[in-house]
Design a protein around this ligand. Structure first.
Ligand code: SAM
Length: 279
């Protein structure tokens, strides 16, 4: 089934009028792909979907959760974590506190990766970790910190690359046991983050389209990785505005591997790879 521009428009407008969700400034291409998947998965045509959205609020919540992409992993893009370790986090080493916001945290692997790295660098105690997402289901999973072992086994490699290997000298190997940070139970097929990690972050439902800063804190570091790739130029700029005004001076915004700041906000930050330092 091919989704036309008109179908997409119909879907987005109905959602906007019958719920608190507004996808009108998401990029059309990925939204069309997701809409197509939803129609197939729920065995509906666009008219059936629209009618369900108008009449069943709980169904609408379900659809919204299906429309967003929640893919994530432990230490996703290990080279970024090397940069965090060698060039970004050391900037805050002498701070009394360090406030970090993970915007669009999905099921939380990025949040746990950060806390693990901070602990290795002796900075976890002074860190305050805030994490948010639009989707309440992924937030619940993030709070729990329990993941499928078989599905995440490949990502333990990322842990090894970032935490165990010395990126400057791969011969050097620092043996950090996984059990310092999580328990692996192969019979239950789970990787479970330790309680001292799951208890630390403040998780909150937050919509980057319409909400301001719900944490009432300013930040040294904001990670918003693989989220704005789904937004159009207007919404991206709105989000850059939100982040810029809630970062401390010299605070850093970290974007995903395929995301860049273009347009008016580019000269308000100094670019360092995927990191943007507030001028
Ligand atoms: C692909 S995941 C990225 C997760 C993690 N940051 C990473 O890079 O691995 C994108 C997340 O952005 C969230 N998201 C999408 N639109 C959002 C919005 N308007 N406000 C907040 N979060 C949003 C989705 O629910 C999803 O969990």
């Amino acid at each position: 089934m091919v989704i036309t521009d008109q179908d997409l428009q119909y879907f987005v407008t109905t959602l906007k009028n019958s719920s608190k969700y507004d996808f009108s400034e998401y990029s059309d291409k990925s939204l069309k792909r997701r809409l197509q998947k939803v129609l197939t998965d729920f065995n509906l045509d666009i008219t059936g979907l629209i009618s369900a959205i108008k009449n069943k609020p709980e169904f609408t919540e379900k659809i919204v959760k299906e429309i967003t992409v929640n893919t994530t992993e432990l230490f996703r893009d290990p080279q970024v974590w090397h940069t965090l370790r060698s060039r970004i986090l050391p900037r805050f080493k002498n701070n009394k506190n360090i406030n970090i916001w993970h915007a669009g945290c999905s099921t939380g692997q990025e949040v746990y990766s950060m806390m693990i790295l901070l602990n290795e660098m002796g900075m976890l105690d002074k860190a305050k970790i805030f994490a948010s997402d639009l989707n309440s289901d992924v937030l619940e999973a993030a709070k729990k910190g329990e993941y499928k072992y078989r599905f995440n086994i490949a990502y333990l490699d990322n842990f090894d690359k970032v935490i165990k290997q010395n990126p400057l000298n791969y011969e050097e190997f620092n043996d950090v046991p996984y059990e310092t940070y999580f328990d692996i139970d192969k019979s239950r097929d789970t990787i479970t983050m330790k309680k001292y990690l799951t208890e630390k972050p403040i998780f909150r439902k937050h919509d980057l389209v319409k909400d301001g800063n719900l944490f009432f804190a300013k930040f040294d570091l904001i990670l918003c990785r693989n989220v704005i790739i789904y937004f159009n130029y207007t919404l991206q700029n709105k989000v850059f505005d939100l982040f810029h005004s809630n970062l401390y001076n010299k605070g850093i915004l970290l974007l995903g591997m395929h995301e860049t700041i273009l347009g008016p906000w580019a000269n308000k930050f100094e670019k360092m790879g995927q990191a943007y330092i507030k001028k």
